[in-house]
Design a protein around this ligand. Sequence first.
Ligand SMILES: Nc1ncnc2c1ncn2[C@@H]1O[C@H](COP(=O)(O)OP(=O)(O)O)[C@@H](O)[C@H]1O
Ligand SMILES: O=C(O)C1=C[C@@H](OP(=O)(O)O)[C@@H](O)[C@H](O)C1
Length: 305
Amino acid sequence: MEAATAVQRFHYSPSSWIDWRNFEGKPRGSLRYSHRTKENKRLTVIALSHLQPDKRSDLRQRSVSDKNSSALLETGDLLHSPFDEELRKAEEVKPYLNGRSMYLVGMMGSGKTTVGKIMARALGYTFFDCDTMIEEAMNGTSVAEIFEHFGESVFREKETETLKKLSLMYHQVVVSTGGGAVIRPINWKYMHKGISIWLDVPLEALAQRIAAVGTNSRPLLHDDESGGDPYTVALNGLSTIWEGRGEAYTNASARVSLESITSKHGYRNVSDLTPTEIAIEVCLRASSMLPIHACSFNFVSFDKL
Ligand SMILES: Nc1ncnc2c1ncn2[C@@H]1O[C@H](COP(=O)(O)OP(=O)(O)O)[C@@H](O)[C@H]1O
Ligand SMILES: O=C(O)C1=C[C@@H](OP(=O)(O)O)[C@@H](O)[C@H](O)C1
């Protein structure tokens, strides 16, 4: 076996936990950690960057508390940590997707970015965030600044251009769209080139998430002057937006309801679901919609089934 592709099994012990501060951010939703072993071999660990601080500590506890837990350390290939094992369920659907891209739609805060990064990792797809692409195309101007200085219509034009580019130039991508991408019919023409999945999350759960991180990056929630608490402000804003576009989400090829997954897992609240559990469900849902014969066509336009 060549040294460059050799995969070594590394057993965690309570004292061998890796300090997260040694990680550096990398594109494509991963973090890379390198250190030298006693034998002076360079080992690299890739871990999931989507993990929130609380989820990281979950992983840490799971890793150090189980004597048999192990992670594959590698020199250039993928890491499969104990956490990644869950993702194998999603990875298994890859052959059925036949390279089709996945477009995540849903209200702001529904987890399109968080879940999309995990899906991309599981499927070996490339992840794109539409808002980030627009910001980059506007020389780093933030979404909030684009709304403020140029108005929503300019942002929507850029959004359409970005979806067009993604749908025509790429395959095997997971795209996190902006919450409002569903309102322009032309955008559906592009998103239906792949599989579009609506992440349907109750407004109360969305308001909780948004209140926790603030509305700075979400200009459509800025206008409230009621002086209410962050949760109420977010819920009122989301309710108004939902009235205007709730129906548009039903154009998606499939809907993944977080309430349904919650009861499937026997949980009490939507907030008990991990992003990984949701990502697995989205991948399974996408592949379950594909008729067997559709799998023999590569990258054909995938209109609503
Ligand atoms: N399943 C989840 N459980 C709890 N919080 C989540 C979950 N998914 C996303 N979040 C949090 O909600 C916020 C919005 O998520 P994000 O992925 O940015 O949504 P979107 O891209 O749809 O706007 C983030 O702070 C994220 O950490
Ligand atoms: O709902 C919307 O109209 C918007 C949602 C935002 O994206 P997220 O859904 O990623 O927050 C962003 O595109 C912009 O603020 C407009």
